[in-house]
Design a protein around this ligand. Structure first.
Ligand code: ME8
Length: 527
């Protein structure tokens, strides 16, 4: 386990900053949720965190979106950025920094970073001719585009990767000596920084052709952005501007002690090239360390195509949270979303997961162990180890012992963002505890006046409630409100909800149970 290491420096984790061309959808929430759950897990392990997110507000894509809405870019960005913030509040995303690329602190960081690249000799004036995708804000090589014939017979050139239309551009602008960094990037990759590792092969392929990169546009075409320091006629390429947000979040350039590099940068697989090539190359050029880990996740699909703002096939996360509840929706996304394969979104799947896991398995178990008819003294009954041998089978005793190793197993999985597998492990124990209760029928034992039956009852309740306590601690990053209600009902003090508490037996019990709660009510898919 990594608990307790690096207590001094915060765990620094970032999400991409999201374009404000349209309101947030489930894909954006998913990425922020992965970061939030990881940051919360670090806190459970006793480490402080710096979790940064934000909005990407400059560039042609936003300039055009504002124009289409008939409002000025400032007003437009304020409106959509606020929607991301309020989604994060609704979804209990606890960020420490929310960077907007239009804020002065970020503009200062970009200026300083540009000057640093320039003074190191990695920026020169040149000319660029090639394809550009406004939707991806990306330059594309000839082999990355193809011609498409539309239904009406007209022809259109599109990006092979994203399918978005591209336009030809020819301009004088500033170039970055990207070609210079092939060896440095290969060296960085050798450290196994890209997770899951199969994405590394994609990066190596991209590295085979590494032309210099245009990093500015004529201000007459791109006016919505940060001007090149000392040359107002050119505006900084939006990806250079946007990537620097991670430095802004760290305190750069004002603070001498900014935290660098990030421990973990989360991205969707759609923006791998920018984060695995341009970004580390910029940093190395500036004499700074590239990120320690780049975690790449897959996409949410709707009817088999990527959920995306430009396609308009998006699921509104605020609407879903209002319907399903915040914890239920968080649980579904972390249980069914993955780094490796695209996830299919469906309302009925969300309802199914909530009902079967949170209401039936978790909620029922709590109800059964805390019902006043069964748990008459409303406490964690004390346990004498010898009684375990008396009343539980070998298999049952083994499973109970494994409970205190569960935190370690879950830690290894959480650390790799394998939330699905970690939740499977946790719910494996909760299922088992339900079947233990079923098999020993405490409601029968509760009716008996025999002392032996009373001891038997204590053993079963103790083991089932310990399972709930340990699982409740481990579930805090995923379903924070529900875990809070569960642990409070169990009478677990706030100061005893950390990683180490989950690894050790509750010796003297939790004292008195808290007030009765309905943990999770059943839900229906919206019709
Ligand atoms: O690319 N499923 O912003 P963006 C899962 N501003 N995740 C998805 C998704 C989907 N269908 N769609 C988007 C940009 N995402 C740039 C980033 S960073 C310096 C600049 C998530 O608004 C995913 O994490 O297009 C993706 O990488 C991110 O949102 C990009 O959002």
């Amino acid at each position: 386990s990594t608990a307790g290491k690096n207590c001094g420096s915060p765990y620094f984790i970032t999400t991409p900053i999201f374009y404000v061309n349209a309101a947030p959808h489930v894909g954006h929430l998913f990425c922020a949720l992965l970061a939030d759950a990881m940051a919360r897990w670090q806190k459970v392990k006793g480490r402080s965190t710096l979790m940064a997110t934000g909005t990407d507000e400059h560039g042609l894509k936003i300039q055009q979106a504002a124009a289409n809405h008939g409002v000025d870019a400032d007003t437009f960005c304020d409106g959509v950025s606020a929607k991301f913030k309020s989604l994060f509040i609704e979804a209990d995303i606890q960020y420490d920094q929310f960077i907007r690329t239009t804020q002065q602190g970020h503009i200062d960081a970009v200026n300083s970073f540009w000057n640093r690249l320039f003074s190191q000799g990695f920026i020169y004036q040149g000319s660029y001719a090639g394809w550009y995708s406004v939707s991806d804000e990306a330059f594309l090589a000839l082999e990355d585009v193809e011609e498409q014939t539309r239904a009406d017979g007209t022809k259109l050139t599109i990006s092979k990767e994203s399918g978005h239309p591209v336009t030809w551009m020819e301009e004088n602008n500033y170039m970055f000596k990207l070609s210079h960094f092939q060896q440095d990037l290969l060296h960085w990759l050798k450290g196994g920084v890209i997770h899951p590792s199969h994405y590394e092969a994609d990066v190596r392929l991209m590295l085979q052709q590494l032309p210099d990169l245009s990093i500015s546009r004529d201000s007459k075409r791109l006016s919505w952005g940060i001007r090149v320091p000392g040359d107002d006629s050119q505006t900084i390429y939006v990806w250079l501007d946007a990537l620097v947000n991670y430095l802004t979040a760290s305190g750069y350039p004002h603070c001498d002690t900014y935290h660098w590099p990030p421990d973990c940068q989360l991205i969707g697989k759609d923006i791998l090239r920018f984060h695995a090539i341009y970004w580390p190359a910029f940093l190395i050029a500036a004499g700074m360390e590239p990120p320690r880990r780049l975690i790449c996740h897959s996409h949410w699909l709707v009817d088999k195509v990527k959920m995306s703002k430009s396609l308009g096939n998006v699921i509104d996360p605020v609407e879903k949270i209002n319907h399903f509840g915040v914890d239920g929706f968080r649980y579904f996304l972390l249980k069914e979303g993955s780094l490796n394969s695209d996830g299919a979104y469906s309302d009925s799947r969300v309802a199914e997961r909530i009902n079967s896991d949170l209401a039936n398995t978790l909620g029922n178990l709590l109800g059964r162990c805390t019902a006043p008819t069964v748990n008459k003294r409303q406490e964690l009954p004390p346990l004498c180890e010898d009684d375990l041998f008396e009343f539980l089978s070998i298999g049952e005793r083994e499973m109970y012992t494994l409970l205190y190793e569960l935190p370690n197993r879950v830690d290894s999985l959480y650390e790799e963002f394998h939330f699905t597998k970690a939740l499977d492990q946790i719910f494996g124990h909760l299922h088992w505890a339900n079947s233990l209760v079923q098999a020993h029928a405490p409601w029968q034992l509760g009716k008996s006046v025999e002392p032996r039956d009373q001891v038997h009852l204590s053993v079963v309740l103790h083991v089932a409630m310990e399972t709930l306590r340990v699982c409740g601690i481990l579930l805090q990053p995923v379903i924070p409100r529900l875990a809070e209600r569960l642990l409070t009902r169990l009478g677990v003090p706030r100061s005893e909800r950390g990683y180490q508490d989950a690894q050790t037996k509750a010796v003297s019990g939790f004292g008195q149970l808290g007030e009765k709660v309905l943990l999770q009510k059943k839900v229906n898919a919206p019709s």
